[in-house]
Design a protein around this ligand. Structure first.
Ligand SMILES: [Zn+2]
Length: 416
């Protein structure tokens, strides 16, 4: 695996290595600050030693751009230093250190992957080999300082750590004003075809806000979490593309474009660089998450109208929100199917209050599936009864309107 030590600025050196995450060293008056620690603790240890020798200074801090394993696995090489990570999601990270990121759990995960690799005939991968070698044995630590904003150094020579979100809620950038450098972690990639996995895997619409904020710092050089450095012009070009892309994906949802039609859709903007070969998968995932967010908003509005129709006992209005071939399970094996049966079975009810709460939801291709819990209070000859009921509703789009195709009624119980 090729390894490169690159002088990015007078006081900034980057360790870049194939399949590894970038490790950056910044020289300040009072000592050396490192940003991210890569996937290999021995490599991180050696880089630290080399830098201490080169600058003839001791190390003081490690900053983490976010808490993903490929950025923190080398952190034991810096365990005697102040380790700075975001306050946002810090509690979650501490929980993970006891759970999925504990040594036993990591060992077990790798053993499981090894079995899967044989059973599913996985293609060989050097990056995965590296993961299997280091992930189950490296020492992971909590940050000694969990903050969303942090500054170090003098007015002349300083580094600024600031959480901005984007790739993860805890993602932070590190700004070195006197060098006009910003370290952006997995919020950017300079070489999409080779090292874009982390970046595109975590891409969300909020990347646009992150870029707008970083652009104000007017950096000359931008250092990504993986691969070669890039610059402000490239980030702005990528940002313009993402703005157009997310706008188009939103419009596509409004037009009723099906998930299977996304990658061949003619109105998509042209990619800003050489396209990675998994780009269609990324588009599919982005479309799915946008659709799911928008569907929830649409369906919430329909739910209000549905409740209104229930208050009014208006059968015709209620039926507007059901698909043509709808089915409602009523109780053990009995069900209502279609308009005629629905009308025949309908009993007017005097509702006093209806409160819905979404317990769970899934977006499965073109269907939206949700589990909802309803608290309804009804009145019968001056006596009020509150009932709690649960149902699974399966929504489909009919002429671009969301309709309930199936409603599976689960438990119903009277509360008072
Ligand atoms: Zn990464």
């Amino acid at each position: 695996m090729s390894e490169q030590i690159i002088e990015i600025g007078k006081s900034v050196v980057m360790h870049e290595m194939e399949h590894n995450t970038n490790i950056i060293c910044i020289e300040l008056e009072d000592g050396l600050v490192f940003v991210d620690s890569g996937r290999m603790d021995d490599i991180a240890k050696k880089f630290r030693k080399d830098m201490e020798k080169q600058f003839n200074k001791k190390s003081t801090h490690l900053f983490l751009t976010h808490y993903h394993h490929d950025h923190i696995s080398g952190m034991s090489a810096f365990k005697d230093l102040e380790i700075v990570g975001s306050k946002t999601d810090h509690a979650k990270y501490l929980e993970d250190l006891q759970g999925t990121l504990s040594l036993e759990s990591r060992k077990a995960q790798v053993e499981q992957w090894k079995v899967m690799a044989v059973e599913l005939n996985w293609e060989p991968s050097k990056s995965r080999d590296l993961l299997w070698k280091y992930y189950p044995k490296v020492e992971l630590l909590p940050p000694t300082k969990a903050v969303d904003e942090f500054e170090l150094g003098s007015e002349k020579q300083k580094v600024v750590f600031r959480r901005v979100g984007g790739h993860t809620e805890c993602s932070a950038y590190v700004h070195i004003p006197h060098e006009k450098i910003v370290i952006l972690g997995d919020n950017i990639v300079g070489d999409p075809t080779k090292v874009g996995g982390c970046f595109f895997g975590g891409l969300k619409e909020n990347i646009i806000g992150v870029y707008d904020e970083v652009a104000k710092l007017k950096p000359k050089i931008i250092i990504p979490g993986h691969g070669p450095t890039t610059d402000l012009a490239y980030m702005i070009k990528a940002g313009d593309y993402f703005k157009k892309l997310f706008q188009t994906l939103n419009e596509m949802y409004d037009k009723g474009v099906k998930p299977s039609e996304v990658s061949s859709y003619k109105g998509l903007p042209e990619f800003y660089d050489e396209k990675p070969d998994y780009w269609d998968n990324v588009l599919g995932r982005l479309y799915q998450s946008i659709s799911s967010e928008k569907a929830i908003k649409d369906i919430d509005q329909i739910q209000v109208k549905l409740d209104q129709a229930s208050f009014e006992n208006d059968v015709e209005k209620l039926l507007q929100y059901y698909a043509e071939d709808f089915v409602i399970t009523v109780s053990n094996g009995f069900y209502v199917q279609g308009v005629e049966v629905f009308k025949r079975c309908f009993r007017p009810t005097k509702f006093v209050e209806i409160k819905n709460e979404r317990k769970d939801h899934f977006f499965l291709g073109e269907k939206f599936i949700e589990k909802i819990s309803t608290l309804s209070t009804t009145k019968k000859s001056e006596t009020e009864t509150t009932t709690e009921s649960e149902a699974v509703q399966i929504w489909v789009k009919e002429n671009n309107d969301w309709k309930i195709q199936s409603e599976i009624r689960l438990d119903t119980k009277d509360i008072e």
